[in-house]
Design a protein around this ligand. Sequence first.
Ligand code: IZC
Ligand code: ZN
Length: 422
Amino acid sequence: MKRKILTHFDRLYTPQDRGESIKGTKMNELLVIEDAFIVIEDGKIIALGKNEDYQLWINESSMVIDYSGTIALPGFVDSHTHLVFGGSRENEFGKKLNGVSYLDILAAGGGILSTVRATRLASEDELVMKAKKALDDMLLLGTTTVEAKSGYGLDLENEIKQLQAAKMLSQIHPIDIVTTFMGAHAIAPEYKENKQGYIDLIINEMLPQIKELGLAEFCDIFCEHGIFEVEDSYKILEAAKKLGFKVKVHADEIVSLGGAELSAKVGAISAEHLMAASDEGIKMMGEKSVIANLLPATTFSLMKNTYAPARKMIEHNVAVALSSDYNPGSCPSSNLQFVMQLGCLYLRMTPYEVLTATTLNGAYAIGRNKSVGSLEVGKSADIAIMDAPSLDYIYYHFGKNHIKDVYKNGELVVSSKQVVYK
Ligand code: IZC
Ligand code: ZN
């Protein structure tokens, strides 16, 4: 492959990988290079530095591309999405605007269960085509790696269909997709009066089969009052760990249940949401190095003012990641730039902390830290090139897509805000 030399960036910003997720106040330490260049070969970064040195890298096959007037960032990592689903839920919008809560809509058979009905009816191809459009939207906004959860099948056949769709998408789309099994997303309708029966099905049939088929690396659970209680979650996550899954927990999103504490106890790689996490739970997460994966666009979409206590987490030396939570119910937007803007405006994170949270810490939360999450020699050339003079500019001017070009594995996949991959 031809060597590409990207030159004359006004600035390059990146967290630096030191072999573990970036915790607490260290999240605010970025490498910033003024007048920067990046050299790409065979899909990887082979050099970067001050522009005055780029000519040293020119060879007979190199292509030099001038990026004056832009800044370079690592491609964004969206480490929490429910990417693959059938149908949509704007029919519930009126109810939401009238104050009916997310959990009440679910208890009445809507919400997640409405998406389960639509997902069961869809073919694998239909799921792929629908999610592919969402992936294009993400790529156009600078996202180059995505985690995708199942959890809209709630039976073995349809959970497998969802995960296979995600695997297929990873092959046909430039965005790399990491899969998570989330059969414990709601109680399957067939087990409405028999939650224990559904938990047994997950533990005895679903988890072993998904493992055997190699369809997911992670196992996640919706630990929430009236859905999977802390004790249920503990049993399922321990069973998943025994089979070799790494585990995650949707914890303390709506009610403070002890989900943060649970994530520390089971040694989860990350805990998600945490809007209602207790001080003790946050402390335990810091001690056990559980990444706090915060999803502020969900808080926004649910019209709440209870944003997760990111500052407290950073004070307690927790590594924070930020993700979209893209799903048809609580966050129909996959816009990670908007998530970053909310990270500053509502979580009161600094611009540098927010970049760490949406790149390297996201990569750690899905086990892709060796290949993505920072602009460093040896890592994949996943680069978000922004039409902006500084990082602050992007977060300050919210509601606008600041992408100019995107490179994934060294290939130009978005050019002047258009997807151009083959
Ligand atoms: O479809 O509502 N919170 N699960 C837990 C979701 C949101 C996704 C959904
Ligand atoms: Zn979620």
